[in-house]
Design a protein around this ligand. Structure first.
Ligand SMILES: Cc1cc2nc3c(=O)[nH]c(=O)nc-3n(C[C@H](O)[C@H](O)[C@H](O)COP(=O)(O)OP(=O)(O)OC[C@H]3O[C@@H](n4cnc5c(N)ncnc54)[C@H](O)[C@@H]3O)c2cc1C
Length: 449
């Protein structure tokens, strides 16, 4: 019996060969696509479906690509020829909410935004806030260790996960982690699974930390600088002073020009580069006062406000960054991180690479954690020249003590640079770890390693 017949016999309607769905799962939001459609998509309804799929795929030695909402930017959830795509999108229930223990147990397919909507009525929230939170799943957020605007203060996804249920390549189920605040029994396989991009197991349940919503309003600072280096020096000085803004974002001059065009505004007349700072919690006002002083000492022109409408207006400007670039052409959205003190150097490197290659690279930075998104904007395809320029950006980040990817992951797109960061010994060790979890190499092959 073929793998498709075996899956159908055991899972019935959960197995789809609908052309539209097979086409959809050939790509993700990176724009990268596989060269041919997969054999089928299994739309898992429960953990049992996931176990059956992996057991049968293992018996048939057929590769399985785990997939959430397909919003990934690294080509990690793309299914191709001879593969089964295993979607956990339909497993979207909240199984438990404990206000007393500040935790929730959820299935992997629930959208981050829907989960937060449900928590709000209890005065709680799930802190990891990728800009894609309305459209991405908690399972995908965990598998990529997603970050967001607020993670410098409130942590990336790793800090919000206490435990996981994971199905291994052969169909066995593991229960990892704990429900307690502390817990150090054995090796931390929960942490190993977070950010593993579907290469070690399929997440079927997550026990996550939820927090009380911050008390009091936020204070926002809209600052403008003549030069991106000054903005980067100011943001690095804010964190060096021990301040912890909830949001700290830099939009460079090319980004601001694109936003001006897209929204029909003229922010660039206020200054070439925009720095947005928002503080929250009991110390919001004192922290904002101190941040404002630092900004002005670096030559920034700034206004401060505690009006929620102004806070939302400023966040909307930041959210307009990607749509405004998409309106200008084909965009390769990149993602590197450097130590925060090196942000000014990294911006200088990006300017150099932009000049050398003649490709506009509008850049936005989560300055609070040193994570930059240089965006390569071209009129045609993302060709080898663009990838060479991107490669120089990755190498510059590594030279500055940074990393290839702050939050989007390696997927298919950054594989070729992995050894440059990990070194050959560590890369080999990581491959051996993968082989322990997945001896036949059926889980998301061709991704990451
Ligand atoms: C407009 C936009 C803004 C974005 N902003 C951010 C941002 O601010 N921060 C950020 O970090 N990312 C961001 N992203 C990228 C993306 O949304 C995140 O990587 C997100 O976490 C992916 O979730 P998903 O459900 O779409 O996963 P998918 O894209 O479906 O999958 C991503 C990876 O996770 C694996 N995976 C998915 N589900 C499971 C599972 N149940 N078990 C095991 N592995 C699984 C897949 O195999 C794949 O390797 C953005 C994307 C877009 C389009």
């Amino acid at each position: 019996m073929s793998v498709l017949d075996s899956l159908r016999a055991e899972l019935g309607d959960a197995v789809s060969v609908d052309q539209a769905q097979l086409t959809q799962v050939r790509t993700d939001k990176s724009g990268h696509a596989s060269s041919a459609p997969p054999i089928a998509v299994v739309n898992a309804r429960n953990a049992g479906d996931v176990q059956a799929t992996l057991r049968l795929a293992s018996e048939h030695r057929v590769p399985v690509v785990p997939r959430g909402a397909g919003t990934g930017l690294a080509g990690g959830a793309i299914g191709g020829e001879g593969e089964i795509v295993l979607s956990t999108l339909g497993m979207n229930r909240i199984l438990e909410l404990s206000v007393a223990d500040q935790l929730a147990v959820v299935e992997p397919g629930i959208l981050n935004g829907d989960f937060n909507d449900s928590l709000r009525e209890h005065g709680l929230w799930f802190a990891p806030d990728p800009a894609s939170r309305a459209i991405s799943t908690i399972g995908g957020n965990i598998a990529t260790n997603a970050g967001g605007l607020l993670c410098a203060k409130y942590g990336v996804t790793r800090e919000a996960v206490l435990g996981l249920k994971v199905v291994l390549a052969d169909g066995r189920m593991l229960t990892l982690g704990h429900r307690t605040v502390k817990g150090v029994t054995g090796l931390d396989l929960t942490a190993l699974m977070i950010g593993s991009e579907g290469t070690l197991g399929v997440i079927v349940e997550a026990t996550v930390r939820v927090r009380p919503l911050p008390r009091g309003g936020a204070v926002s600072i809209a600052a403008y600088f003549a030069d991106v280096t000054n903005a980067a020096v100011a943001s690095a000085a804010i964190t060096a002073a021990g301040l912890q803004p909830a949001v700290m974002e830099i939009i460079d001059s090319r980004g601001l020009e694109a936003i001006d065009d897209h929204l029909g505004v003229d922010l660039s007349s206020l200054g070439a580069v925009h720095l947005l700072v928002q503080t929250d919690g009991p110390a919001a006002e004192a922290e904002a006062d101190e941040a404002l002083r630092i900004i002005r000492s670096q030559g920034g022109e700034a206004t401060m406000s505690s009006d929620p409408a102004e806070a939302e207006r400023l966040l909307a400007i930041r959210r307009a960054f990607h749509p405004s670039l998409a309106a200008r052409g084909t965009v390769l959205i990149e993602d590197v991180a450097v130590p925060r003190s090196k942000l000014p150097d990294m911006f200088r490197e990006i300017t150099r690479i932009e000049r050398e290659y003649g490709i506009p690279i509008p850049t936005v930075a989560h300055a609070g954690d040193g994570n930059l998104h240089p965006n390569f904007v071209v009129t045609g395809e993302i060709d080898d020249t663009v990838w060479r320029a991107a490669g120089e950006v990755f190498e510059a980040a590594l030279r500055l003590g940074g990393t290839l990817t702050g939050e989007h992951g390696v997927g298919t797109l950054k594989k070729r640079w992995l050894a440059a960061e990990l070194g050959s010994d560590q890369l080999e060790l990581q491959r051996q770890v993968k082989a322990v979890f997945d001896p036949h190499g059926i889980l998301n092959p061709g991704k990451v390693f």
